[in-house]
Design a protein around this ligand. Sequence first.
Ligand code: AMP
Length: 219
Amino acid sequence: MTQTLDVVFLGPPGAGKGTQASGFAECHGVPHVSTGDLFREHLKNETPVGLMAKEFMDRGGLVPDDVVCQMVRERLEESDADRGAVLDGFPRTVPQAEVLAGDLERMERALRAVVHFSIQDQLLVERLAGRLTCRGCGAVFHRKSNPPRVEGICDPCGGDLYTRDDDGEETVRSRLQTYRDATAPLLGWYEKQGLICEIDADRSIDAVRTALEKAVEGR
Ligand code: AMP
Protein backbone atom coordinates (compact mmCIF):
# COMPACT_ATOMS: atom_id res chain seq x y z
CA MET A 1 0.00 0.00 0.00
CA THR A 2 1.37 3.42 -0.99
CA GLN A 3 1.07 6.18 1.62
CA THR A 4 -0.82 8.93 -0.22
CA LEU A 5 -2.77 11.94 0.96
CA ASP A 6 -6.21 10.92 -0.31
CA VAL A 7 -8.85 12.74 1.70
CA VAL A 8 -12.58 13.27 1.27
CA PHE A 9 -14.26 16.53 2.27
CA LEU A 10 -17.86 15.75 3.20
CA GLY A 11 -20.58 18.20 4.16
CA PRO A 12 -23.64 20.04 2.87
CA PRO A 13 -23.43 22.63 0.09
CA GLY A 14 -22.29 25.94 1.59
CA ALA A 15 -20.29 24.40 4.44
CA GLY A 16 -17.04 25.79 3.01
CA LYS A 17 -15.58 22.56 1.60
CA GLY A 18 -14.46 24.13 -1.67
CA THR A 19 -12.70 27.08 -0.04
CA GLN A 20 -10.88 24.82 2.41
CA ALA A 21 -10.13 22.14 -0.18
CA SER A 22 -8.31 24.51 -2.51
CA GLY A 23 -6.09 25.92 0.28
CA PHE A 24 -5.41 22.51 1.82
CA ALA A 25 -4.60 20.92 -1.56
CA GLU A 26 -2.23 23.72 -2.54
CA CYS A 27 -0.42 23.59 0.78
CA HIS A 28 0.06 19.80 0.58
CA GLY A 29 0.96 19.65 -3.13
CA VAL A 30 -1.95 17.46 -4.23
CA PRO A 31 -4.78 18.37 -6.64
CA HIS A 32 -8.16 19.67 -5.50
CA VAL A 33 -10.66 17.42 -7.26
CA SER A 34 -14.12 18.98 -7.13
CA THR A 35 -16.71 17.02 -9.09
CA GLY A 36 -18.95 20.13 -9.22
CA ASP A 37 -16.07 22.12 -10.80
CA LEU A 38 -15.38 19.27 -13.25
CA PHE A 39 -19.05 19.26 -14.33
CA ARG A 40 -19.09 23.05 -14.69
CA GLU A 41 -15.94 22.80 -16.85
CA HIS A 42 -17.63 20.14 -19.01
CA LEU A 43 -20.68 22.37 -19.32
CA LYS A 44 -18.60 25.38 -20.32
CA ASN A 45 -17.05 23.25 -23.08
CA GLU A 46 -20.48 21.85 -24.00
CA THR A 47 -19.31 18.24 -23.82
CA PRO A 48 -21.92 15.43 -23.76
CA VAL A 49 -21.12 14.83 -20.05
CA GLY A 50 -21.64 18.52 -19.28
CA LEU A 51 -24.94 18.79 -21.14
CA MET A 52 -26.24 15.66 -19.46
CA ALA A 53 -25.10 16.80 -15.99
CA LYS A 54 -26.81 20.18 -16.42
CA GLU A 55 -30.25 18.57 -16.26
CA PHE A 56 -29.52 17.19 -12.78
CA MET A 57 -27.57 20.20 -11.53
CA ASP A 58 -30.34 22.66 -12.44
CA ARG A 59 -32.81 20.70 -10.32
CA GLY A 60 -30.44 20.32 -7.38
CA GLY A 61 -30.31 16.55 -7.93
CA LEU A 62 -27.38 14.19 -8.39
CA VAL A 63 -25.71 13.18 -11.64
CA PRO A 64 -25.88 9.35 -12.02
CA ASP A 65 -23.24 7.47 -10.04
CA ASP A 66 -21.60 5.73 -13.03
CA VAL A 67 -20.94 9.05 -14.82
CA VAL A 68 -19.42 10.68 -11.73
CA CYS A 69 -17.34 7.64 -10.78
CA GLN A 70 -15.87 7.31 -14.27
CA MET A 71 -14.93 11.01 -14.29
CA VAL A 72 -13.21 10.76 -10.89
CA ARG A 73 -11.43 7.51 -11.83
CA GLU A 74 -9.90 9.20 -14.88
CA ARG A 75 -8.91 12.23 -12.81
CA LEU A 76 -7.21 10.13 -10.12
CA GLU A 77 -5.19 8.33 -12.78
CA GLU A 78 -3.59 11.59 -13.94
CA SER A 79 0.01 11.91 -12.84
CA ASP A 80 -0.48 14.98 -10.62
CA ALA A 81 -2.68 12.82 -8.36
CA ASP A 82 0.04 10.21 -7.77
CA ARG A 83 0.60 11.47 -4.21
CA GLY A 84 -3.08 11.82 -3.41
CA ALA A 85 -6.02 14.16 -3.94
CA VAL A 86 -8.50 16.23 -2.00
CA LEU A 87 -11.93 14.99 -3.06
CA ASP A 88 -14.49 17.76 -2.68
CA GLY A 89 -18.14 16.87 -3.30
CA PHE A 90 -17.34 13.22 -4.04
CA PRO A 91 -18.46 10.66 -3.02
CA ARG A 92 -22.04 11.83 -2.48
CA THR A 93 -23.75 8.43 -2.22
CA VAL A 94 -22.83 5.11 -0.60
CA PRO A 95 -22.53 3.39 -4.02
CA GLN A 96 -20.05 6.12 -5.12
CA ALA A 97 -18.06 5.52 -1.93
CA GLU A 98 -17.96 1.78 -2.67
CA VAL A 99 -16.68 2.39 -6.20
CA LEU A 100 -14.06 4.84 -4.88
CA ALA A 101 -12.84 2.32 -2.30
CA GLY A 102 -12.43 -0.30 -5.07
CA ASP A 103 -10.64 2.13 -7.40
CA LEU A 104 -8.21 3.23 -4.66
CA GLU A 105 -7.55 -0.36 -3.70
CA ARG A 106 -6.68 -1.23 -7.31
CA MET A 107 -4.26 1.70 -7.25
CA GLU A 108 -2.84 0.35 -3.96
CA ARG A 109 -4.06 3.43 -2.10
CA ALA A 110 -6.53 4.08 0.67
CA LEU A 111 -8.34 7.08 2.15
CA ARG A 112 -6.38 8.81 4.90
CA ALA A 113 -9.41 10.64 6.35
CA VAL A 114 -12.95 11.78 5.66
CA VAL A 115 -13.41 15.30 6.99
CA HIS A 116 -16.98 16.12 7.95
CA PHE A 117 -17.79 19.85 7.81
CA SER A 118 -20.63 20.18 10.26
CA ILE A 119 -22.82 23.29 10.27
CA GLN A 120 -26.42 24.25 11.08
CA ASP A 121 -28.88 24.19 8.20
CA GLN A 122 -30.14 27.75 8.57
CA LEU A 123 -26.66 29.19 8.00
CA LEU A 124 -26.29 27.37 4.69
CA VAL A 125 -29.00 29.17 2.73
CA GLU A 126 -27.52 32.51 3.85
CA ARG A 127 -24.01 31.44 2.87
CA LEU A 128 -25.04 30.13 -0.53
CA ALA A 129 -27.21 33.15 -1.33
CA GLY A 130 -24.18 35.47 -0.97
CA ARG A 131 -21.72 33.19 -2.71
CA LEU A 132 -19.70 34.42 -5.70
CA THR A 133 -17.75 32.01 -7.90
CA CYS A 134 -14.96 32.79 -10.37
CA ARG A 135 -15.67 31.86 -13.99
CA GLY A 136 -11.96 31.43 -14.61
CA CYS A 137 -10.48 29.44 -11.73
CA GLY A 138 -13.54 28.42 -9.66
CA ALA A 139 -12.37 30.31 -6.53
CA VAL A 140 -15.21 31.08 -4.13
CA PHE A 141 -15.99 34.38 -2.34
CA HIS A 142 -18.86 35.70 -0.26
CA ARG A 143 -20.45 39.13 -0.57
CA LYS A 144 -20.28 39.71 3.19
CA SER A 145 -17.95 37.28 4.90
CA ASN A 146 -15.21 36.95 2.27
CA PRO A 147 -15.54 39.72 -0.33
CA PRO A 148 -13.05 40.06 -3.21
CA ARG A 149 -10.63 43.01 -3.06
CA VAL A 150 -12.23 44.53 -6.17
CA GLU A 151 -15.97 44.04 -6.64
CA GLY A 152 -16.81 41.43 -9.27
CA ILE A 153 -13.16 40.42 -9.84
CA CYS A 154 -11.37 37.30 -8.61
CA ASP A 155 -8.34 38.04 -6.36
CA PRO A 156 -6.00 35.28 -7.57
CA CYS A 157 -6.77 35.24 -11.33
CA GLY A 158 -8.65 38.46 -12.21
CA GLY A 159 -11.58 36.45 -13.67
CA ASP A 160 -15.25 37.50 -13.53
CA LEU A 161 -17.23 36.56 -10.43
CA TYR A 162 -20.80 35.30 -10.87
CA THR A 163 -23.64 33.73 -8.87
CA ARG A 164 -24.03 30.07 -9.79
CA ASP A 165 -27.40 29.17 -11.37
CA ASP A 166 -27.94 26.55 -8.69
CA ASP A 167 -27.32 29.02 -5.81
CA GLY A 168 -30.89 30.40 -6.09
CA GLU A 169 -33.02 29.80 -3.00
CA GLU A 170 -35.30 27.12 -4.48
CA THR A 171 -32.47 25.02 -5.92
CA VAL A 172 -30.48 25.46 -2.71
CA ARG A 173 -33.36 23.93 -0.75
CA SER A 174 -33.52 20.92 -3.02
CA ARG A 175 -29.71 20.54 -2.88
CA LEU A 176 -29.95 20.46 0.92
CA GLN A 177 -32.71 17.86 0.74
CA THR A 178 -30.60 15.78 -1.67
CA TYR A 179 -27.73 16.04 0.80
CA ARG A 180 -29.89 14.79 3.68
CA ASP A 181 -31.37 11.93 1.66
CA ALA A 182 -28.43 10.67 -0.38
CA THR A 183 -25.21 11.95 1.15
CA ALA A 184 -25.72 12.10 4.93
CA PRO A 185 -25.92 8.25 5.13
CA LEU A 186 -22.26 8.24 4.11
CA LEU A 187 -21.35 9.58 7.53
CA GLY A 188 -22.34 6.36 9.27
CA TRP A 189 -20.72 4.32 6.52
CA TYR A 190 -17.34 6.04 6.97
CA GLU A 191 -17.76 6.22 10.74
CA LYS A 192 -17.73 2.42 10.89
CA GLN A 193 -14.38 2.49 9.10
CA GLY A 194 -12.96 4.93 11.66
CA LEU A 195 -12.26 7.53 8.97
CA ILE A 196 -14.37 10.48 10.10
CA CYS A 197 -12.74 13.69 11.41
CA GLU A 198 -15.34 16.17 12.68
CA ILE A 199 -14.85 19.87 11.98
CA ASP A 200 -17.08 22.67 13.26
CA ALA A 201 -17.52 24.61 10.01
CA ASP A 202 -19.43 27.50 11.56
CA ARG A 203 -16.26 29.53 12.16
CA SER A 204 -13.95 31.86 10.27
CA ILE A 205 -12.03 30.50 7.27
CA ASP A 206 -8.76 30.67 9.24
CA ALA A 207 -10.18 28.90 12.30
CA VAL A 208 -11.58 26.08 10.16
CA ARG A 209 -8.26 25.85 8.32
CA THR A 210 -6.34 25.39 11.58
CA ALA A 211 -8.80 22.77 12.84
CA LEU A 212 -8.55 20.94 9.53
CA GLU A 213 -4.76 20.69 9.63
CA LYS A 214 -4.90 19.44 13.19
CA ALA A 215 -7.55 16.84 12.39
CA VAL A 216 -5.71 15.36 9.41
CA GLU A 217 -2.25 15.64 10.97
CA GLY A 218 -1.03 12.39 12.44
CA ARG A 219 -3.53 10.24 10.52
P1 AMP B 1 -21.09 21.25 -6.09
O1 AMP B 1 -20.30 22.26 -6.83
O2 AMP B 1 -20.26 20.24 -5.36
O3 AMP B 1 -22.16 21.86 -5.23
O4 AMP B 1 -21.87 20.40 -7.22
C1 AMP B 1 -22.82 21.01 -8.09
C2 AMP B 1 -23.75 19.96 -8.67
O5 AMP B 1 -23.00 19.00 -9.44
C3 AMP B 1 -24.48 19.12 -7.64
O6 AMP B 1 -25.64 19.76 -7.13
C4 AMP B 1 -24.81 17.87 -8.46
O7 AMP B 1 -25.89 18.09 -9.34
C5 AMP B 1 -23.54 17.70 -9.31
N1 AMP B 1 -22.55 16.84 -8.60
C6 AMP B 1 -21.35 17.22 -8.09
N2 AMP B 1 -20.72 16.19 -7.49
C7 AMP B 1 -21.55 15.12 -7.63
C8 AMP B 1 -21.48 13.77 -7.20
N3 AMP B 1 -20.43 13.30 -6.49
N4 AMP B 1 -22.52 12.95 -7.52
C9 AMP B 1 -23.57 13.40 -8.22
N5 AMP B 1 -23.72 14.67 -8.63
C10 AMP B 1 -22.72 15.54 -8.35
